[in-house]
Design a protein around this ligand. Structure first.
Ligand SMILES: [Fe+2]
Length: 178
């Protein structure tokens, strides 16, 4: 694979973004109070590590295997959906845990969540929005359609991360949808 200087620089930028996402998700998983949020951050962290590895492979001139056929693509999307389902099924248990944490709530707070957890979610959501946007901008600069597909696939997963955080916040009263 023969990348232009611009293409290479964009891949390096995205790789740095992925590195920061890995560090943030890893740190935030240890900081989160709710076990359900910990596991959500840990799962997203694993996907970010895959993104990092994919970009690293591209920069080393290798075409990542995950994008070789359309059937593999749909397979990975299915496993993504299954992850979402398993997250939802864990919610019943964690509601009890969150109720136990209610003593940590500031007085006058009506919703039953930890404020630090909310800040972690808000920051990760902001980060995912930014990274998704930079993938969108980068994609337009690439000549190879296969590389565009890979970046598009990664971008879609960033949006899924954003969705998982949004859903968590909405389900826990952190995100008021009016
Ligand atoms: Fe990522």
């Amino acid at each position: 694979m023969n990348f232009s200087t611009k293409e290479r620089n964009l891949l390096e930028d995205q790789k740095n973004h992925e590195q920061i996402c890995i560090e943030k998700y890893s740190n935030y998983a240890s900081m989160a109070s709710d076990p359900q949020l910990k596991s959500l951050f840990e799962q997203n962290c694993q996907t970010e590590q895959e993104h990092y590895n994919t970009l690293d492979q591209l920069l080393k001139g290798q075409m990542p295997q995950m994008q070789q056929s359309s059937s593999q693509q749909s397979g990975s999307q299915q496993s993504g959906n299954m992850q979402m389902k398993s997250q939802q099924s864990q919610q019943g248990g964690s509601m009890q845990q969150m109720a136990q944490q209610s003593s940590f709530m500031p007085k006058g707070q009506s919703s039953n969540y930890n404020n630090c957890d909310k800040d972690l979610c808000t920051d990760m959501l902001m980060t995912e929005k930014y990274v998704s946007g930079t993938y969108d901008t980068s994609i337009f600069e690439f000549r190879d359609p296969q590389v565009r597909n890979i970046l598009n696939h990664i971008q879609k997963e960033e949006q899924q991360h954003g969705e998982s955080i949004f859903k968590y916040m909405e389900n826990n009263g952190m995100y008021q949808v009016k």
